[in-house]
Design a protein around this ligand. Sequence first.
Ligand SMILES: Nc1ncnc2c1ncn2[C@@H]1O[C@H](COP(=O)(O)OP(=O)(O)OP(=O)(O)O)[C@@H](O)[C@H]1O
Ligand SMILES: [Mg+2]
Length: 235
Amino acid sequence: MSELNPKQREAAQFKDGIAAVIAVPGSGKTRTMMERIGILVNEYGIPPEHILGLTFTRNAAEEMRSRLVPVLGNLSSRVRLSTIHSFCLHLLKSEGRVFEILSGKEQLIFIKNVMKRLRIKDLTLGTILREISLAKNNIIDPTEFKDLFYGDKTMMQVANIYESYEEAKSNKLLLDFDDLLLEAYYLLRDNDAGPISSHAMSKKHSCRPKSHSMFKTVRLFMTVGRYAACLIICV
Ligand SMILES: Nc1ncnc2c1ncn2[C@@H]1O[C@H](COP(=O)(O)OP(=O)(O)OP(=O)(O)O)[C@@H](O)[C@H]1O
Ligand SMILES: [Mg+2]
């Protein structure tokens, strides 16, 4: 196998903390992370079950699984590889939380009903979904959202929908996908969190981390969940 380039090597050999590899498609993120897992286990002596590999998509998680086999052989099945959402789901369920997921069409209908109840007609579902998701990914609750956008008529309408949506969901024990991350974050929040170290393979090519709550949640996985290494692959 060809050598990693210097930036890839730096990410692969990074020892303590979270290595977030964020780079353009096809630039070698998965390759780097697989090498990294190999180094953590074979050189740094970290037990494979103390390693958590997180991705955004199921495909990327499956790809990691198959590409880890040549690196670790039998040990590869002991590394926890998952999408961040399914890991949060697992965490919440294992803590005994009772809820159903609200997603897709059902989520749209749910928000439409909230809008109907509030008699709001002049906002598109797309705008509402986007704004609510953005708020949640920045850990902004409806009260903070209102303070933030005080005086902006449109955003106050979004805020009212956001507030009613959260209330209605909570009454029915429903969580949307963004809630999975947020709830996992809240669950772990009261524990001490160590410093977060992110590593971009190339500043020029780096993109903004998808979500603030994701990083906070991952950081908590490492400290509270006692995972030695969290890996994020941005796809
Ligand atoms: N340093 C390197 N030298 C030679 N080939 C490399 C190097 N780094 C990555 N590659 C090759 O480049 C291809 C893309 O790598 P990889 O799949 O790891 O990228 P990726 O960033 O994860 O891609 P995607 O965005 O599609 O998930 C692979 O065939 C990989 O083996
Ligand atoms: Mg990849």
